[in-house]
Design a protein around this ligand. Structure first.
Ligand code: ADP
Ligand code: MN
Ligand code: MN
Ligand code: MN
Ligand code: MN
Length: 339
């Protein structure tokens, strides 16, 4: 028997966006455990805005697990929060609101800033560095910053070690800003992996005494880009059948549900979706071929392929919860008939 360190991860009850929480328990197994072997566990919901003090137990139901290469015999266990009966989803459990996602593929592009002492990494103590221009996909100490490069490389390896379907990294437009992409066949899979990738990044940064800033416009109303989390999506129908009429009906449904989408696309998004810095205004839905100034960007390949393929909703922001984002996208898609 081997003693495994099981790191149970869950999302707390903070609004508008939840925080990651995690705690470890040690269990013995013959070999690396299967998901079914991982027990339900409990925690004090009164400390996470998920219960009142008088009756504070909440349950953690393992839903996906990954090897943790930073720890000897480590396992990362992503969980859903359940009521004390262990079967009823807690109100904060948005993963449980995702409609059947059979055939849905999601790719999330997570942008974020590294922060040191309350300032973006690489910014001088006062004032600003040279303006945006050379940083996007840049190379060299002044462009990318040596610690940042080290962290993103290490994070990439941690994700790959865990079996997360990490698809790439790039330095972003603002200094101290980076991006990584996670793709999953199944919205729950993609969203679970995004949350665990965020966890790995935050935990890694502890060691470098650097914070991850997910706010969508940390530098406010300046000429520094905000951070998004573009949501690329497709369904089996969109990939295999599609068609112009269906596409137009789908875009009409996205337009009609604008408020419901914006409500879950991350806080303070009106500060970011202004119409500047490669964004569309938050209160006006638009779509366009290869248009980075539209709400939804339609790839060239989609049109060439008779309106089949994937679409990119550029509105979700860096602080958004991928469970809630995927849930709303699938809800709107399901309102459009496919016959
Ligand atoms: P850009 O920065 O130009 O918007 P990225 O390469 O950063 O593009 O992100 C594109 C994302 O689209 C990737 O995460 C990729 O996995 C995702 N993607 C590609 N094909 C599909 C598809 N059929 N369904 C859903 N997502 C897809
Ligand atoms: Mn205790
Ligand atoms: Mn990208
Ligand atoms: Mn980007
Ligand atoms: Mn994009």
């Amino acid at each position: 028997m081997t003693k495994y360190k099981l790191e149970y991860l869950w999302l707390d009850g903070y609004t508008p966006v939840p925080n990651l929480r995690g705690k470890t328990q040690i269990k013995e197994f013959e070999s690396f455990p299967t998901l079914e072997q991982l027990p339900i566990w409990g925690f004090d919901g009164s400390s996470t805005k998920q219960a009142e003090g008088g009756s504070s137990d909440c349950m953690l139901k393992p839903v996906r697990h990954f090897p943790d290469s930073t720890r000897k015999n480590g396992v990362l266990v992503m969980c859903e929060v359940m009521m004390p009966d262990g079967v009823t989803p807690h109100a904060s459990n948005k993963r449980a609101t995702i409609l059947d996602d059979e055939g849905a593929w999601f790719g999330f592009e997570q942008e974020y800033f590294f922060y040191k002492n309350g300032r973006p990494l690489g910014f001088p103590e006062t004032g600003y560095p040279a303006p945006q221009g050379p940083y996007y996909c840049g190379v060299g100490y002044s462009e990318s910053g040596s610690i940042a490069r080290k962290i993103v490389e290490e994070h990439l390896d941690l994700c790959l070690d865990a079996g997360i379907n990490h698809e790439g990294i790039n330095a972003e437009v603002a200094k101290g800003q980076w991006e990584f992409q996670i793709f999953g066949k199944g919205s729950k899979k993609a969203a679970d992996e995004m949350w665990v990738a965020r966890y790995l990044l935050q935990r890694l940064c502890e060691k470098y005494e650097i914070d991850v800033e997910y706010h969508c416009k940390p530098l406010g109303d300046t000429d520094w880009n905000g951070s998004g989390m573009h949501c690329n999506f497709s369904t089996a129908f969109l990939r295999e059948t599609g068609g112009k009429a269906y596409f137009e009906a789908l875009m009409a449904a996205f337009e009609k549900n604008l408020e419901d989408h914006i409500a879950v696309y991350g806080p303070d998004n009106h500060l970011r979706l202004t119409g500047k810095h490669e964004t569309a205004p938050w209160n006006k839905f638009s779509y366009g071929v290869a248009d980075r100034g539209a709400s939804i960007r339609v790839p060239h390949s989609f049109i060439k392929n008779d309106y089949k393929g994937y679409l990119e909703d550029r509105r979700p922001n860096s602080q958004g919860d991928p469970y809630q984002i995927a849930s709303q996208v699938l809800k709107t898609i399901s309102s459009v008939p496919t016959e």
